[in-house]
Design a protein around this ligand. Structure first.
Ligand SMILES: [Zn+2]
Ligand SMILES: [Zn+2]
Length: 119
């Protein structure tokens, strides 16, 4: 498996979408992303650590939560999961979500991150 072509400019170009997602998390059924590697795909959200694990090919652990309305579930690393265990209440959950600095990747890139971080 190789992900050396992962292009993070895609995230820079979708900042508006990212902002939209943060404020409109549950209304994104039709959202897709144009991935430089995989073409037009459904989206998957990865915490910033998982997103970067694709670049340096390091395993940081993998946790996911499927709320059923995305191309892929949200996923986060061990480090973020440890913080999640201390979360109580909605406002802390929101802070946690922001701290994870979720990146929008295509579903195929999400799958590569899962394979990399669960092997
Ligand atoms: Zn993380
Ligand atoms: Zn991709």
């Amino acid at each position: 498996m190789s992900a050396t072509g992962v292009d993070f400019e895609i995230n820079n170009s979708t900042n508006d979408l990212e902002v939209k997602i943060l404020s409109n998390l549950y209304d994104m059924n039709q959202k897709t992303v144009a991935c430089s590697l995989h073409g037009t795909q459904k989206i998957g959200l990865l915490c910033t650590h998982l997103a970067h694990s694709l670049l340096d090919q390091s395993s940081v652990g993998f946790h996911e939560y499927n709320d059923g309305d995305l191309g892929r579930p949200d996923a986060w690393c061990h480090e973020c999961d440890a913080k999640l265990q201390k979360v109580t209440g909605d406002s802390e959950q929101e802070q946690w979500f922001l701290a994870c600095d979720y990146k929008i990747l295509c579903a195929s890139c999400w799958d590569e991150a899962k394979e990399l971080n669960t092997r």
